[in-house]
Design a protein around this ligand. Structure first.
Ligand code: PAF
Length: 274
């Protein structure tokens, strides 16, 4: 079982004698699934010591979002992390001390997409990830490509703040029917689960249309297809520059199609490389 650590001071003390080897970190909000475990494997592949953080970060949820309902399953999570060295599971007060007044705002890849629908989100993520990386000072930190915009935001953050951490992206893990693994899939009813499995197929079709015709037409077709598949509303289907998420007019560079849509009370995101 991993050693569970609740304070930044204890974490630094535990890691100090281990720094001659590489330290890898996997920041999570818990409710661990196979997608997270693939991030842990990626961390192990590049580091001698692995720290998984488990912290449901209040600053990345808007008041109307699912902070209170977000699954908290620490005992089950620890059982899945048998061969991890440390789990850093701080309290909210440890991460946000009394009078807390500092927020990290990242420009560049934060603009548009998720920010158009969750304007608070990336400041919350950047602030907590910045704090986690400063607390652990890992050599590498692993983030899933499932949250592709988040991965680019974290990469920008680490470069801009000069953090000594390599940000490593890990491929999306999917169910057999292609649904990207997400802790929020647990919210889906059986009927909604069937609708959810259509999202990855719509992304594949969107890519095929983009290769044959215009990118805007492909995005429009993607939105229509998600609605036809049974999603209640579609926030976006967008084809962007894979490195910057800037808008592009033609497929003359590596690109990514990204989508966000809602079924019932659940909001799902997914993306694929073109
Ligand atoms: O992707 C997540 O689980 C969270 O956004 C992260 C990176 C752990 C920050 O709270």
């Amino acid at each position: 079982m991993p050693k569970v650590i609740a304070t930044v001071a204890e974490l630094r003390q535990a890691l100090a004698p281990l720094r001659a080897g590489r330290v890898g970190m996997v920041p999570t909000m818990g409710a661990l699934h196979d997608g997270h475990l693939s991030l842990v494997r990626a961390a192990k592949a590049v580091s001698g010591t692995v720290v998984v953080s488990i912290f449901v970060n209040p600053t990345q949820f808007a008041p109307h979002e699912d902070f209170d309902a977000y699954p908290r399953t620490l005992d089950a999570d620890l059982a899945k992390l048998g061969d991890v060295d440390f789990v850093f599971a701080p309290s909210v007060r440890e991460m946000y001390p009394e009078g807390y007044a500092t927020t990290i705002t990242v420009g560049g890849p934060s603009s548009g997409l998720e920010t158009d629908f969750r304007p608070h989100f990336f400041a919350g993520v950047a602030t907590v990830v910045g704090k986690l990386l400063i607390a652990a000072l890992p050599d590498a930190a692993i983030f899933g490509e499932k949250d592709y915009q988040q991965l680019l935001v974290v990469r920008r953050l680490a470069r801009d703040l000069g953090l000594p951490t390599e940000i490593v992206g890990a491929a999306i893990v999917r169910e057999q029917d292609g649904l990207a693994l997400s802790s929020r899939n647990a919210y889906l009813s059986a009927e909604e689960r069937k609708v959810a499995s259509r999202m990855n197929l719509v992304l594949k079709d969107t890519i095929a249309i983009a290769r044959d015709g215009g990118l805007r037409a492909a995005e429009g077709a993607g939105v229509a297809a998600l609605k036809a598949a049974g999603f209640d509303s579609v926030d976006y289907v967008a084809i962007r520059d894979a490195a910057t998420l800037a808008a592009i007019e033609t497929l003359d560079r590596p690109a990514r199609v990204l989508a966000a849509a809602r079924i019932g009370r659940t909001r799902l995101i997914d993306n694929m490389a073109l």
